[in-house]
Unconditional design. Structure first.
Length: 151
């Protein structure tokens, strides 16, 4: 599956976000059928040590109203190339979107004002996958985003 990124990779990124932003809460979203994967991310990231700063929203499903509310208030979003990533970009949420194929330039989410960084494999090839992107690359790009100023 071209858009699959392992739970361990997401967990590494979640740990990096929590370390960089000590007051942050990381919300793991997805469809109800991804609730197990979302919980695996939270468990691998060390949920008990995070003190409630890792939240699994996948079991509740990707209700459009919830996604809109999250995108409107979030510091930023990290995602594979999915509809919610495009929604976040449309809501001007700073975004790092992971793409496997080299043709991401055509499908990259667009945002009116906020930065959107499309990240592909370091050496994209026709068979490149999201799996080829290292967590450290994602964190480096995320740290380079200009966060949204929230009131």
């Amino acid at each position: 599956h071209d858009k699959h990124w392992p739970a361990e990779h997401w967990a590494t990124v979640a740990q990096g976000v929590l370390t960089t932003l000590p007051g942050a809460v990381v919300m793991v979203c997805g469809s109800p059928r991804e609730a197990g994967l979302s919980q695996a991310i939270i468990d691998a990231a060390g949920a008990p040590a995070a003190g409630g700063r890792l939240v699994n929203l996948a079991a509740q499903g990707p209700a459009l109203q919830r996604l809109l509310a999250l995108a409107a208030r979030a510091h930023s979003m990290l995602s594979v190339d999915t509809g919610p990533a495009h929604l976040a970009a449309a809501m001007d949420c700073p975004l790092v979107a992971l793409f496997g194929q080299a043709g991401w330039g055509r499908w990259k989410p667009r945002a009116p004002k906020s930065p959107v960084l499309a990240l592909g494999p370091e050496h994209p090839t026709p068979g490149a996958r999201v799996l080829d992107i290292a967590p450290e690359q994602v964190l480096a790009h995320w740290r380079g985003l200009t966060p949204r100023r929230l009131s």
